[in-house]
Design a protein around this ligand. Structure first.
Ligand code: NAP
Length: 314
């Protein structure tokens, strides 16, 4: 029989555990402990769901809705998110988000991934001085001496701009470098660059209804030890239209999925090549919903097949 004294002892012990165990502490603070992935070739862990900033995020930044941008960023970090993907070409997104991050001190908590491209897409040449000025502008906006990640956007003049990024990495002003594309016409060139360049990351489009990356690019990323940022995990509006009017299948609960956003994201982050998925949102509640995909159970290979066959059948 448990006496009142035993009860008090037990609750004191539980209180101590709560105060000292980091996982319980996070729960007590309302934070989740998120599923993380290791950056290949390092021991650095990143939460498997991040935050993108084109689309609706860049729209609210461009409309001057600074409070709304702040709410999204604060909710994201409060819930344990770190990876923020942006670019100087996303309208006002980088400038507004960086200003807020500096003011709130979030710039010290976020893993800031931006891009460089002064060459456009499709064979244009980059003026090295202009590319350097763009990188310096991103660093100044964030108010940090060192950027976490800079990618060459849309494979714009890779020899010049990746060359510059290598100099920045050697000088310790950027920790990781890479390249991005979401254009099928550039996938072959992407493969060539992945084989020949010392990349830390690539950023590519990947979603449950857009799985071409699984064929060649993801196996190559695994072979070469290159991290993967998964862009457009909802196909922007494409997947939302697809599931419009449909409820989640009951079996989604087997993977701790509580929303369509989590369904789409759990598919993406359960691929072993994916380091971080970066969905964009303009809504704090959606940022929180999306981070929910980085907790609980993930589907195995059979579960992944069941998921994409379900989407295909709608
Ligand atoms: N070449 C490149 O470097 C490149 C290319 C493409 C994308 N990217 C990066 O990848 C990021 C993601 O791609 P994306 O922005 O094109 O599209 P996306 O993330 O696939 O979709 C964004 C859309 O989904 C909605 N959404 C987000 N979370 C939701 C939720 N939980 N419930 C309901 N709706 C939700 C957003 O609307 P709400 O605002 O209403 O939430 C927004 O309209 C970009 O922002 C960018 O950072 C990079």
């Amino acid at each position: 029989m448990i006496t009142r004294r035993d009860c008090l002892k037990l609750s004191a012990a539980a209180g101590l555990a709560l105060a000292t165990h980091p996982r319980l502490l996070m729960a007590a603070e309302g934070k989740r402990s998120l599923i993380t992935r290791t950056i290949p070739g390092t021991s650095e862990q990143l939460p498997a769901v991040g935050l993108g900033s084109s689309a609706s995020f860049s729209r609210i930044a461009g409309e001057g809705k600074v409070e709304q941008v702040r709410e999204v960023l604060e909710a994201f970090v409060r819930e344990g998110g770190t990876v923020f993907d942006t670019a100087p070409s996303y309208g006002a997104a980088e400038e507004v988000a960086a200003r807020i991050a500096q003011e709130t001190g979030l710039n010290r908590k976020l893993f800031w991934a931006t891009k460089v491209n002064v060459a456009g897409r499709g064979g244009g040449k980059a003026d090295p001085a202009a590319a350097r000025a763009q990188i310096e502008q991103s660093l100044a906006r964030l108010g940090k001496e060192q950027m976490d990640l800079i990618n060459v956007h849309n494979l714009g003049d890779v020899p010049t701009q990746l060359g510059l990024l290598k100099e920045y990495r050697d000088a310790g002003r950027v920790r990781y470098i890479g390249v991005t594309t979401t254009f099928p016409g550039q996938y072959e060139e992407l493969e060539r660059i992945m084989r020949s360049e010392p990349l830390n990351f690539i950023g590519v489009d990947y979603a449950i209804d857009n799985r071409v990356m699984e064929e060649r690019i993801f196996p190559l990323a695994q072979e070469r030890g290159i991290g993967v940022l998964a862009y457009q995990p909802f196909g922007r509006s494409r997947l939302w239209q697809k599931v419009d009017g449909h409820v989640l299948p009951d079996w989604a609960a087997e993977y701790d999925i509580a929303s369509w956003g989590q369904f789409f994201l759990k598919y993406v982050i359960s691929h072993p090549a994916v380091t971080v998925a970066t969905p964009a949102t303009s809504q704090a509640r959606n940022a929180i919903d999306n981070l929910g995909a980085a907790s609980g159970r993930l589907p195995d290979e059979a579960g992944r097949r069941r998921m994409f066959e379900h989407i295909r059948s709608l």
